[in-house]
Write a protein that binds this ligand. Sequence first.
Ligand code: NAD
Length: 312
Amino acid sequence: MENKEIVVTGGCGFIGSHIVGELLENNKVTIIDNLSSGKMENLENPNHENLTIINEDLLDCDLDEILKGKDYVFHLAAKVSVPGSVAEPFDYNETNIDATLKLLIACKNNNIKKIVFSSSSAVYGENPNMPLKETELPMPSSPYAAQKASGELYLKSFYESYGLNYVALRYFNVFGPRQDENSPYAAVIPKFISAILKGESPVIYGDGEQSRDFIFVKEIAKANIAACESDYNGIVNVALGKSMTINHLFNIVSDVLESDLEVKYLDERPGDIKHSLADISNQEKINFNPEEGKFEEQLRETVKWFKEEMEK
Ligand SMILES: NC(=O)c1ccc[n+]([C@@H]2O[C@H](COP(=O)([O-])OP(=O)(O)OC[C@H]3O[C@@H](n4cnc5c(N)ncnc54)[C@H](O)[C@@H]3O)[C@@H](O)[C@H]2O)c1
């Protein structure tokens, strides 16, 4: 993608900052981020001449003005914790639905060529029909998942009503540099890495035979750009289409870190799904092909980042 005017909401976050990094050299990028969970340190080059940062809440800023003359929007800004959404469904709704609707209206008013929305595999809930296909009915089991599913429906309705092009990307288990390990709901890979680096036993909830479909954050960034450049309108799973048990994951992380710390098994957490695996056939529709066989290399890159962070 070149010479485009692009808005990235949530561009200072874990995933958004990687998308900004991919776009910045050849495009003009405007980030809208209230820094509620994002950080300026996530940006490789916050003073880059192609970058404008608007440090405001999506609900407060003048989106019609900001989107004037822009080509594309990547919408990542959201409240992202599943348990958080259970505790505060109304607050979550404001950010995840009201702000999304406000953004869609501004996209329509400004003839934005396409919006790419960050959705989640959470919309599948406890659906056991592996591998999960986009055509399955959403089975949200948290307000967060319901909000992502509603966001997708809003996108579809704006496509039908106003011709606003869109892709909703359902990310599976994302990992990589800049992922937050401090949140109480941190994902398993940052938790393993950070425990081992601190010399503590990593914890596994349940027997560790539950499985997940992991994908590296830089692949997510590529999927966003591919989705934007494609002619496709609709929903696409973003994953490797391969599952790995948490026990196996633990062994790989231990090998990479040359650790012999034993894992500590605790009771299964209520609501944790047993398996998650994507059907990735739709990825072809956006010309996206995640690189295979790179998991260990990507994990090493992630570990290197966590080590550097700890030394700061
Ligand atoms: N990380 C994952 O594994 C994962 C999986 C599936 C979907 N997603 C989705 O991907 C997107 C990015 O997630 P992430 O992991 O990078 O999370 P993140 O918390 O790092 O990024 C979200 C960003 O949005 C900003 N933000 C939040 N509310 C805002 C508001 N009202 N106005 C302006 N900015 C606001 C935050 O400051 C942050 O920079 C989210 O929409 C999330 O739901 C993430």
